[in-house]
Design a protein around this ligand. Sequence first.
Ligand code: ARG
Length: 614
Amino acid sequence: MNIKEEISKLISEAVKSLKIDTDGLSVAFSNRPELCEYQCNFAMMCAKRLNENPLNLAEKIVKNIKKNENFEFLAVKPGFINVKVTNKKLSDYCNEISNDKNLGIEQVKNPRLVFFDYGGANVAKELHVGHLRSPIVGEALKRVHLVRGDRVLSDMHLGDYGLQMGLTVLQLKEDGFLNEFFEKNEKTQKKCEKNAKNCEKNIDFSKISLKNVTLDVLNDEYPKASKKKDIDENFKKLADEVTLLIQRKVEPYYTIYQKIRQLSVLEILKNYKLLNCEFDYTFGESDAQSYIDDTINIFVEKKLARESEGALVVDVAREGEHIPIAKKSEDEPQRYKNPMPPAIIKKYNGGDLYATTDIATVVMRNEKDVPDEIVYVTDKRQETHFEQVFRCCKLAGISPEKQKLIHISFGTMNGKDGKPFKTRSGEVVRLKDVVGLLIDKASEKLAANGIKGDEELARKIGVGAMKFGDLSNTIEKDYVFDIEKFLSFDGKTGPYIQYTIARINSILLKAGCETTRSKDFMVDIKTNEEKNIALAILKLNSAYQISYDSYSLNSLCLATFELASAFSTFYNNYKILSEKDEKRRKEMLAICMLVKSCLEKALWTLGIDSVEKM
Ligand code: ARG
């Protein structure tokens, strides 16, 4: 049952019977809930065109609406059509969705395969706060699609192929961590020089272990190398070379690289699990490697690539973009207006770049899974990169015309000072530490409520608080990470929603019906408070649609909060457990069960755990 559609249909039929075109007719939730539940401003919209008084037109339309026992239509000044929905109709809706596995969430008409590329951690680089938003936003968007009936796949697309790998391996080598590998290599090569016949061609480096290389070592080595490359030209060149050797699978670099990758992937997965993020694939940039040569060939064969200073580039700018600005003197570097720079798909030294692996990854995904849509979730700074990649894929026919490629870019998570969140000493905050902090703070709050020593519960609340706080903001905007505010048990927060569910659990437990299926209990709306709950559920269900259509999550957070809040009002005004009338008591318990299911589903969609008690 779709109440909004039913109302639209009734109004449309009336409009058609007046021989008026229904183009643009829509019905929305009322912004005056004390007057009515829905409204339609079609009469106001087309009065001018029809040269009519809007109120007269609204009245005419209302007069022509087929008599109906569920809705009451009223034409009001200056020309709105107000629609009241009867309690009976709202009760029917609640009972219907209570027995629906989708809880009334509108399913997409043509389910598609939507592929989510998010997470994006980098091997050898520690996960830090900057890596929080992609998994938070990506996981929630993925679940919105799932809940609406699409098929989804997800890949964390590890950064495991670029310069950071070369830098890390080079630094480890210079610091003596890799001696065993290189000594063995040298010895074998010497043997080969002496006696080519007995030369072992394939040395098994996998048997050598990365003994002293731990995650902590990696966390020191990469930043060290990264700083060094900025001041030491020679080091940077060497790192480029090592990167290329890894990309070309030259030993022992390649085996060392694989071992580093393995070490850090385990840690990355552990971290993502803490955030309730799970991936179908843990592929990385390197998994596209076997597709790269063919991919480059497509561009060369289709004459889409040209050489530029030794590199291979694809011009992706369209008319009006990337316009050269006249130089004032010969030695001034060339600048551009509306820059959409060419995409570089091969480096000066033949190495592969970020764009190369991303384009080749599209080839791979289209061979394996053929998604109808690929959604990439990263921070704003990658906007140009993805625009270039998408254009390359379309130009070369790597991505079929009907395949949607979309980049969802998010803003920065800032500290209270409005600057990117850092430690007191100005360092980047590690993701593990943020989660640790959230768990500690949530534990303190729980202890104040008399619950001690339940770390998993504290994680669910702490992480839920952060996720809800994050997702309540518009994705593309920067926002302030305010742990106290996020963790408040009151207000528009994750813990408030979790608390509402815990409260319902307690009611159901005391009523002895925590395991009873809601089927045996029927909603029968009698009070305004119950009516507001039904309306909040309707709004929540339409928020899933908004969220899906606009790749946003803030309206889903708000609608979830509003349902929890409507429930609190109901709970505060009525004594459910001590209600004498058995039928009435069951009706109220039915509301409790439905609200619980809806809130749990909404939290699940946002990637947040529900809790039994708190
Ligand atoms: N590893 C990248 C980073 O740290 C994010 C990867 C995003 N996905 C992609 N297909 N490029 O910024």
